[in-house]
Ligand binder design. Structure first.
Ligand SMILES: NC(=O)c1ccc[n+]([C@@H]2O[C@H](COP(=O)([O-])OP(=O)(O)OC[C@H]3O[C@@H](n4cnc5c(N)ncnc54)[C@H](OP(=O)(O)O)[C@@H]3O)[C@@H](O)[C@H]2O)c1
Length: 341
């Protein structure tokens, strides 16, 4: 009995190396320092073993000081030093998207597991290559699609996919900045059990500024197996003004997500003929920690990804982005699109 009790109390510790010192790196790293039991987590914990800045060691040290980990975490003035640190299990990559491909390659090349910020890569060719490298090296690799891991996101998927409370899903309207409408379409429609992960048909219109920036994008995704259509709009300049930013329409009701698609405030379930049910989102810190707990559990269990955020889904989204850019005649400067095969 004593041995059993001792075993059940074992907590797995994941040792993180933080690559970059910008806004999201700070939010994620401070979540790693949250007390796990405050969010009901008993089996895993996190430490920040090292941080790195591409600019200077002093910038890395300042970042560590702001977090209060300057005595326990190494501070490096280059990403190359960070990935070589033997006290680090996993690198969290929080650099701009244009660098993700080379930064992930650097970390995988040094034998480190990787959690890489969204959007994962510039194009599908890069995402495919990274997936192959991680697989060949037996390393964990995942896009930090944080929204997929929230307890309320999992509850929404259960309501729609398992309990089918709004019946057959006919489609939805998803509004926000950049990548998040695609993420919700992926969660709700691509991952619908009746869809079988079939890729949707993509129709896109992109409005470019005189300098070639993709200011407004409208995307229609048609899921033929489901008989459902998703209307997505993303804008760099217009903020979502409606209380609900994701509307999902079924033949027996609707589910509407309030707040922003990246980090919803909650949702309203309206089954036809019944009173609406309001749910408020569960939160912990900046809400970036749920994905870190999932990484720790996967790595502890010898898995190379998390079921909530498979690389297959990441790749499917990057492929849709490629098609949207192709139809919208939006291209990145050529070196950014390259791969190092
Ligand atoms: N999950 C989310 O909610 C969320 C939210 C915001 C952003 N993101 C994603 O996270 C990534 C970083 O976003 P952020 O808002 O943290 O950006 P940011 O504040 O601009 O920070 C980016 C950091 O990357 C490093 N860096 C390396 N090369 C750089 C270069 N050529 N130009 C600029 N910075 C460079 C810099 O740190 P050093 O100088 O220390 O190396 C910089 O502080 C993006 O992919 C973004 O889409 C995710």
């Amino acid at each position: 009995m004593t041995a059993y009790l001792a075993f059940t109390k074992m907590v797995f510790t994941l040792r993180w190396g933080i690559m970059a010192t910008g806004g999201i790196a700070n939010s994620f790293a401070s979540d790693l320092l949250l007390e796990p039991s405050a969010r009901g987590t008993e089996d895993v914990q996190h430490i920040i073993a090292a941080v790195a800045s591409s600019s200077s060691e002093s910038k890395a040290l300042e970042f560590a000081q702001k977090l209060g980990v300057e005595t326990s975490a190494k501070a490096y003035g280059s990403y190359e030093q960070l990935v070589r640190d033997e006290a680090v299990d996993i690198i969290y990559i929080a650099t701009p998207q244009s660098r993700h491909y080379t930064d992930v390659l650097l970390a995988l090349g040094a034998g480190k597991h990787v959690l890489c910020e969204k959007p994962f890569t510039i194009n599908a060719a890069q995402a495919t290559h990274l997936t192959e490298v991680a697989k060949s090296k037996g390393l964990f690799l995942m896009e930090a699609a944080w929204t997929r891991f929230f307890p309320h996101t999992r509850q929404i998927l259960k309501t729609l996919h398992e309990e089918k409370q709004i019946g057959r899903i006919r489609g939805g309207a998803l509004l926000d900045l950049g990548y998040y409408p695609l993420l919700w379409a992926d969660l709700i429609l691509s991952d619908h059990p009746d869809n079988g992960k079939a890729a949707p048909k993509v129709t896109a219109a992109v409005s470019l500024t005189p300098k070639g920036v993709d200011e407004f994008t409208g995307i229609t995704l048609t899921y033929e197996k489901l008989g459902a259509v998703a209307y997505l709009t993303t804008s760099l300049s217009a903020k979502t003004q409606t209380p609900y930013s994701v509307h999902i329409q079924g033949d027996k009701g609707t589910l509407m997500i309030s707040g922003t698609p990246p980090n919803p405030r909650g949702y309203t379930l309206q089954v036809d003929g019944q009173d609406p049910i309001e749910q408020t989102a569960t939160r912990a810190g900046n809400n970036l920690i749920w994905q870190a707990d999932a990484c720790a559990r996967a790595i502890r269990d010898g898995q190379r990804g998390c079921p909530e955020s498979p690389l297959e889904n990441t790749l499917a989204i990057v492929k849709i982005m490629d098609e949207v850019r192709r139809q919208g005649k939006f291209v990145f400067p050529s070196p950014l699109e390259d791969t190092q095969r």
